[in-house]
Design a protein around this ligand. Structure first.
Ligand code: WTA
Length: 644
């Protein structure tokens, strides 16, 4: 039934990874893994070359993830210094501003190195040392990339918090990893709107005793308050520091960054990535998946606040001596042509974006695309959620005019980089399938009991062995790392995703099988939204589920039980939506809130989410057996008062 888009002839002939390379390479990456990985590690510039590759174990007794552990290197040196001799004057970063009439900025490798060294010296001036945590709460401006690389240069651990998160969410993340420094900007800009980043930091700071200093980049010049003794203007501090800064030698297993992500349970987890394995994974996947060659203008349209921005805006492309475009704004402002206008303005050859953006643009019609040239485009990428075949074909036929392969990359914050993904010169495409595993990745599909299912099948996706880009721990909670990912299916990494494998061995991700919703390609834990709702003084109980949404992929549907004596009303519905926005951030805003006098619970008090999901989906004809509920009549009320 599924159609196939074979590797185009010119790709088969010229690609960095051909079909034969892929097949032989993938087999060797599993059968002769250590030799394979030590050979691949040579692409990085090591201070001490490692003698061992994988020393990981997924078993409880000797659990741990460890790669290249006797090697030493520095990530910033790999992304910048080592390119200077050959490409010091090549553009490393192109910055496209939110407002299209403003001038873009371009930075050569030499310039980025100087900026990063200055930033590193400013951080040092605030007392930041190797191993310290620096929270980065920034808009999409070049200084965000400089800040990350500056941390890497001096061995500080960055923790980027997406600029759309609320002061509460920011405070939680600052406190969890004990950051002493926050790097922010006066304001951010997105789609013509200003985001009060510094004011949000001020609000967060009331709950973060660990925070000692705030470094503020002047981005918009908007009015902000500066607190004496705590806040420092970046441009003032940078004026008096040197543009040289030595690199800190780092062990391959020294932490590089923490990135908080949502899981099934309450609090977001601090996913920790380390130095050597992560950088190798970022560089290798970036080169192979995008068939990347220095000189090509490459644009990953993600935000630096997500793992995609870390790996595919900053670390992958720069480790490969590439030219990476950073865009401050959103794809459809001032109108739905903007994304393609940016492509034309900068002669972008490779673009990497999310299905949700494509669906939104598709809805606005083909004219917005047709009036742009896009003739430089060679390759299209997607990430973040399953791409529906209709959006895939629109991307392929309308955006790429049939000439550009699509790489649909499946991966996670936890995996560091792409895991199941097409390689454009090696793997024939099927719309909606992430296709085949990358080198070193051994996917398996298991049933609920962990039995490995062979051949064409469907079940839960696990990865049977470690790979270099794998997360190393949950910050401050190693036990939670084991419990979350390795206790469901012993000896294997559980992804939380459902997956189908077809008769050709292609993988089709079917979506999360845990209590995580994927809203516009962003992960949101249902428990997080529930905890925010029950903090409201009028709310007694809340249950949150995902439901299919045309543009966002999944929307957030909240069932809310009010305290006795409270009346449901439209104003209260709005108040609760605003409440969640304020507690977590706009991405967590419920799309639908249903006031429910009772929730469907088992006699032992467990909420039956299966029923809530069905009702939210509008699929009320197949609610299944409700006789085990403590009070089956609540279901009738829920069905009768469904929202949407
Ligand atoms: C989903 C984003 C289908 C998946 C890099 C995963 C995808 C979660 C794809 C991770 C894809 C990501 N096809 N589903 N190509 N890419 N996902 O941590 O459910 O923000 O578990 O990492 O997004 O989201 P995260």
């Amino acid at each position: 039934m599924s159609d196939i888009y074979p590797v185009p002839a010119e790709w088969a002939a010229k690609a960095k990874v051909t079909k034969a390379d892929y097949e032989a390479g993938h087999a060797r990456s599993l059968n002769d893994a250590d030799a394979f990985w030590l050979e691949k590690a040579q692409r990085l510039d090591w201070l001490t070359f490692p003698t061992k590759a994988n020393e990981s174990s997924f078993d409880e007794a000797d659990f741990g993830v460890k790669w290249f552990a006797d090697g030493a290197l520095n990530v910033a040196a790999n992304c910048l210094d080592r390119h200077l001799a050959e490409r010091g004057d090549q553009i490393a970063i192109i910055w496209e501003p939110d407002v299209p009439t403003e001038e873009p900025k371009k930075f050569t490798y030499k310039q980025v190195l100087a900026e990063v060294c200055r930033f590193a010296n400013v951080l040092k001036g605030q007392g930041v040392k190797k191993g310290d945590r620096v929270t980065v709460y920034m808009p999409m401006i070049p200084e965000a990339a400089f800040a990350l690389l500056a941390c890497a240069r001096i061995g500080a651990i960055h923790s980027v918090v997406f600029g759309g998160f609320s002061p509460e969410a920011l405070a939680g993340r600052i406190t969890d990893c004990d950051s002493t420094v926050v790097v922010t900007a006066d304001e951010g800009r997105r789609g013509g709107k200003h985001v009060p980043l510094k004011a949000n930091v001020d609000a967060a700071a009331a709950h973060t005793p660990c925070l000692k200093s705030v470094i503020v980049v002047k981005a918009t010049g908007g009015a902000i308050a500066m607190q004496d003794g705590r806040d420092v203007w970046y441009h003032e501090a940078a004026a008096s520091v040197s543009a040289d800064c030595p690199v800190e030698p780092m062990n391959a297993e020294d932490p590089l960054f923490i990135l908080y992500t949502s899981g099934s349970t309450g609090k977001p987890k601090g996913v920790l990535h380390t130095t050597g394995g992560y950088l190798l994974w970022a560089a290798m996947t970036h080169e192979a998946v995008f068939d990347y060659r220095p000189g090509q203008i490459y644009w990953c349209a993600a935000d630096i606040g997500w793992v995609t921005g870390h790996t595919y805006i900053v670390y992958g492309p720069l480790a490969n001596g590439g030219t990476t475009l950073m865009y401050e704004g959103v794809p459809n402002w001032p109108d739905a042509s903007r994304i393609w206008q940016v492509v034309d303005r900068h002669n972008v050859e490779i673009i990497f974006t999310a299905p949700t953006a494509l669906r939104a643009l598709m809805k606005d019609g083909d004219d917005f695309v047709a009036k742009t040239s896009r003739k430089t485009l060679k390759l299209l990428g997607t990430v973040g959620e399953p791409i529906n075949p209709e959006a895939w074909r629109w991307y392929h036929d309308v955006v790429g005019e049939g000439r550009c392969p699509i790489v649909d990359t499946w991966w996670q914050t936890e995996t560091g980089g792409a895991m199941i993904t097409p390689l454009p010169g090696a793997i024939d495409l099927k719309p909606g399938s992430a296709t085949k595993p990358f080198f070193g990745v051994e996917p398996q599909i298991v049933d609920a009991d962990g039995k490995i299912l062979e051949g064409a099948t469907e079940g839960n996706l696990v990865i049977a062995r470690s790979w270099p880009g794998q997360m190393r721990t949950v910050w401050g909670d190693h036990e939670r790392f084991f419990q979350t990912y390795f206790s469901t299916y012993r000896g294997k990494y559980f992804t939380g995703d459902g997956c189908r494998r077809d008769e050709d061995g292609y993988y089709w991700i079917t979506g999360r099988v845990d209590d995580v919703i994927n809203v516009s390609g962003h992960r949101m834990g249902t428990a997080e939204v529930e905890s925010a709702l029950v903090l409201h003084p009028k709310v007694a109980e809340a249950a949150v589920v995902g439901f299919p949404h045309d543009i966002k992929g999944q929307g957030i549907y909240a069932y809310v039980t009010l305290n006795a004596g409270e009346e449901s009303s439209e104003p209260l519905r709005k108040e609760l939506r605003d409440w969640v926005r304020t507690e977590i951030g706009p991405i967590a805003t419920p799309d639908a809130i249903q006031f429910a006098p009772g929730l469907p619970k088992t006699r032992s008090g467990k909420i039956m989410r299966r029923i809530l999901r069905k009702i939210a989906e509008g699929d009320v004809s197949s609610l299944g057996d409700t006789s085990t509920l403590a009070d089956p009549s609540v279901v009738d009320d829920l069905v009768a008062n469904r929202v949407g």
